[in-house]
Design a protein around this ligand. Structure first.
Ligand code: SF4
Ligand code: SF4
Length: 476
């Protein structure tokens, strides 16, 4: 055995009171370091290179066999390297030739009955000018999904807009078609929708119940915050009507838990207050926050100071998530729950999300886009529902993003959780979706460090939480 070095980009240590956790970056896994592991790593902290003779100091407290075993383990994790092999930091750039598509997002109407000030949709228009997807296009989308990705056990059809409720005739026909079509194939199909809720009726809620829709409501908090941006075409706040509809929905809807999605824009940063209103007062099962940092309309982007405030609030909410987890209770906070789920499952994300691989969004004319945020944008399409996926183009795109060489992400400690960030944010910020979105890396790293600490505390103090509240929701 020759001199050994620490492979710094592969580990991150987090202290939890008197204990020390090792976040193993290549596998997004977390281990507790025992005394020997800590001492060994401290030796590497103190010396650029550690020669075998330098381990002699440990002999007074540990057997040579124990030292060798821990060293072997750290070597197999590629946390230390002895020069005999080159430790991997990122997988070698790879060729993409499979697109395991399981989800299509249908942009059923470019029109929306609201006129939210910050809306990013480039093709968005008022209801009267809205262009609706034709049934034939929707059916071709489903058939394209089956052609591109046959023999999957589960598929997802997502209805998006504009406001999807403004094209219910199409949605009803698509659901009817899918239920029959997927049943013939012995596959399941799951329907989801994000809606502003204003057009919900009791009859619709019952219909969604019957088809077990996964529903997410866009709502931005208490009246003053919600009405700041979520307004009608005529400029009126929509809080009162949305609240009424949400109360009806949450009372009536039994098929699945209902979530809420909050958009944080300039001047709207009090995440705890928003959470308490939406979860505590209104009763949403889960609330998730989307901070706007790179929208087309610069005046809605959170300022640097506001972003710091938002992350501080998200951490305070995360603390409440932790306290609930230690009591073995679920705290419906989507951002934290997703992070904890990624760590529990050891997710190593080579790309930030399923867009372009497991998921494609279809615009009203049948064009294929990376995800719902790109429909109607100037970004070139990746094929269409008639001719299928333009595989060479899509492969080139994904391969470019998979290759982290010469980017800041190459050695970043959260590279396998952030993976360069959302394509659409990069597109909005840099005009190039393959460019990593670097604009709040430090805050993201701090947020993930916090998540590691929350995860570690749950792991040490109430490991049963994962089985009780993380696994079941994954399989649901
Ligand atoms: S975008 Fe920033 S935070 Fe994300 S992986 Fe790259 S360097 Fe890290
Ligand atoms: S590209 Fe961005 S907006 Fe689109 S699915 Fe991925 S994370 Fe979401």
């Amino acid at each position: 055995m020759g001199a050994m070095t620490l492979v710094k980009p592969n580990l991150h240590r987090v202290d939890v009171d008197t204990r020390q956790m090792l976040f193993h970056i290549p596998s997004s896994s977390i281990f507790e370091l025992d005394d020997l592991g800590r001492e060994l790593l401290a030796l590497f902290d103190a010396h650029e290179q550690v020669a075998p003779e330098q381990l002699a100091g440990l002999a007074a407290r540990y057997s040579q066999q124990d030292v060798m075993e821990v060293l072997d383990e750290l070597r197999s994790l590629e946390v230390i390297s002895d020069g005999s092999t080159v430790a991997r930091i990122n997988p070698a750039p790879q060729q993409v030739n499979k697109f395991p598509l399981t989800t299509v997002v249908l942009n059923v109407n470019t029109g929306c009955n609201l006129s939210c000030t910050y809306c990013y949709k480039e093709d968005l228009t008022t209801p009267s000018k809205g262009e609706k997807m034709a049934l034939d296009t929707a059916i071709q989308s489903v058939e394209m999904l089956l052609r591109e990705s046959p023999d999957q056990p589960n598929y997802n059809v997502v209805f998006f807009g504009g406001e999807p409720l403004s094209n219910m005739p199409l949605i009803r026909e698509v659901v009817d078609y899918c239920e029959k079509r997927f049943a013939q194939l012995d596959a399941t199909v799951d329907f989801t929708m994000t809606t502003n809720a204003t057009l919900l009726t009791e009859e619709l809620v019952d219909w969604f119940n019957a088809h077990r829709f996964g529903l997410t409501i866009s709502m931005d908090g208490p009246k003053a915050m919600h009405d700041k941006n979520r307004i009608t075409v005529g400029g009126q706040g929509t809080y009162d009507v949305v609240r009424r509809k949400v109360e009806m929905l949450l009372k009536r809807y039994t098929a699945r838990p209902v979530g809420c999605r909050v958009t944080l824009t300039r001047g709207i940063t009090d995440v705890e207050r928003i959470y308490d209103h939406l979860s505590g007062e209104l009763g949403f099962f889960e609330v998730g926050f989307g901070p706007v940092t790179s929208g087309d309309i610069a005046e809605f982007n959170l300022t640097g100071e506001e972003l710091i405030e938002v992350f501080a609030g998200m951490k305070r909410l995360g603390q409440r998530y932790l306290e609930a987890a230690l009591r073995n209770e679920n705290f419906g906070y989507g951002n934290m729950h997703q992070l904890i789920t990624d760590m529990y499952e050891g997710n190593k994300k080579l790309v930030p999300c399923g867009a372009g691989l497991g998921l494609l969004a279809v615009d009203k004319d049948g064009g294929l886009n990376l995800c719902h945020r790109f429909t109607g944008s100037d970004m070139e399409l990746f094929g269409d529902v008639t001719h299928g996926i333009d595989k060479p183009r899509l492969a080139e795109f994904v391969e470019k993003r998979l290759d982290r060489s010469d980017t800041g992400c190459e050695t970043c400690r959260i590279r396998n959780l952030c993976s360069g960030g959302c394509y659409h944010e990069s597109y909005a910020k840099y005009g190039d979706p393959t460019h990593p979105s670097y604009h709040y890396c430090d805050l993201m790293r701090d947020w993930v460090d916090f998540g590691v600490e929350v995860y570690a505390r749950i792991m040490l103090e109430n490991p049963g939480f994962f089985e009780a509240h993380v696994s079941p929701r994954r399989s649901a």
